[in-house]
Design a protein around this ligand. Structure first.
Ligand SMILES: *Cc1c(COP(=O)(O)O)cnc(C)c1O
Length: 366
């Protein structure tokens, strides 16, 4: 019922004949920990099934999955297209690191498919998107995006961490590859880091070869915990979907709230697209309170149940003020240029009782 946790870093051969048999590709077995592990392989097969993919490779973190994938699919002279509101570290990797190795990029406005099409040049290898995005939960029409990219023979890589395969499976809409930070919903308990990328087996093999060289492999103990988390993924996500929707509706009606972003609300820019692509709208609610940097901090400090922390997708509710977490050190004006307001709050809903969470918010807002 439970996959064995195999901790071996290397695997012995009975004799030289067995070495040669294996090296000639005539037997399937383990060789060395960086090239594969039985516990990790069980997890890869489960995530591939969840994503509806031929194959999956897992990594030591979400960023390891994303960076290894981009490195596997580009080389000096290549070009990538990236939505401007993608995960901050992904954007930094492409704009600050990858560019040092001769890979150029174009940033396009969130969800602007015409801009994507205009940005594609003969050297473009990859369009990198995310749905829903952080923190405004934009949901791009992945079907239209995939169609336009396929017409130009460009692969799409979609980071679906916020959606999970329970709510949305980008490969069904024609995306080439889907990636998750398994640290978040897949593992679900805020106790392990991991990442995955899934898609056609040819591309995943290429990405695995890159992982074998870069060493961004998933530790078997981490794979074991993520696999364990997956057993309750559907239940957790269902609870988080319904709790977050209720909380988003409550906040939108509250006089001390300026604006709420949640793709399940008709007021969200991408509600119609989200309703078509997703079977649930996820556990993250973003909102602005009526107030400044300090009064927003006071509200957050008064919340009793959600803990102040980055991350999302675990059983515990987490709350944060992006201005003081991911964007600390920038001036208010610089943050606003990036669309991050001082009074912005990101609430990653856990699986606590919804009424308790609402009561906590009422008290903190009061
Ligand atoms: C957290 C996160 C990542 C990075 O994952 P790590 O496991 O922290 O490396 C990438 N994309 C999104 C959308 C995330 O939320």
């Amino acid at each position: 019922m439970t996959p064995p946790l195999v901790l071996s870093a290397t695997y012995s051969f009975k004799n030289t004949a067995e070495v040669i048999h294996f090296m000639e590709g005539r037997s399937e077995r383990e060789e060395y920990g960086r090239y594969g592990n039985p516990t990790v392989k069980v997890l890869e097969s489960k995530i591939a099934q969840l994503d509806g993919a031929e194959a999956c490779a897992v990594f030591s973190s979400g960023m390891a999955a994303i960076t290894s994938t981009i490195i596997a699919l580009t080389r000096s002279g290549s070009h990538v297209v990236l939505f401007g509101d993608c995960y901050r570290r992904t954007r930094q990797f492409v704009t600050q690191m990858l560019s040092r190795f001769g890979v150029s990029y174009t940033l396009v406005p969130p969800g602007d498919l015409d801009a994507v099409e205009r940005a594609i040049v003969p050297e473009t290898r990859l369009v990198i998107g995310e749905a829903p995005t952080n923190p405004y939960l934009h949901v791009t029409d992945l079907e239209a995006l995939a169609k336009r990219c396929a017409k130009k023979r460009v692969h799409t890589l979609i980071d679906a961490t916020f959606a999970t395969p329970i709510n949305m499976r980008p490969l069904e809409f024609g995306a080439t590859l889907v990636t998750h930070s398994a640290t978040k919903y897949l593992a679900g308990h805020n106790d392990v880091l991991g990442g995955s990328v899934a898609g056609p087996s040819g591309l995943v093999s290429l990405i695995r070869e890159t992982r074998d060289i870069m060493g961004s492999i998933c530790d078997p103990q981490a794979a074991y915990l993520i696999h364990r988390g997956l057993k309750t993924l559907a239940l957790r996500v269902a609870a988080q979907n319904s709790s977050a929707l209720e909380i988003a509706r409550f906040l939108e009606a509250h006089p001390r709230i300026e604006q709420v972003w949640y793709p399940g609300l008709p007021s969200h820019r991408d509600h119609a697209v989200a309703a078509r692509l997703m079977s649930g709208f996820g556990g993250v609610v973003t909102f602005r309170v009526k107030g400044d940097l300090d009064s927003t901090s006071q509200f957050i400090d008064r919340c009793q149940i959600p803990k102040i922390a980055p991350s999302l997708g675990g059983v515990e509710s987490l709350i944060e003020q992006p201005a003081l977490m991911s964007y600390f050190g920038l001036t208010t004006a610089d943050r606003e240029a990036l669309g991050i307001y001082d009074n912005l709050v990101r609430f990653a809903v856990g699986i606590e009782n919804t009424q308790d969470l609402v009561a906590d918010l009422i008290e903190a807002l009061r």
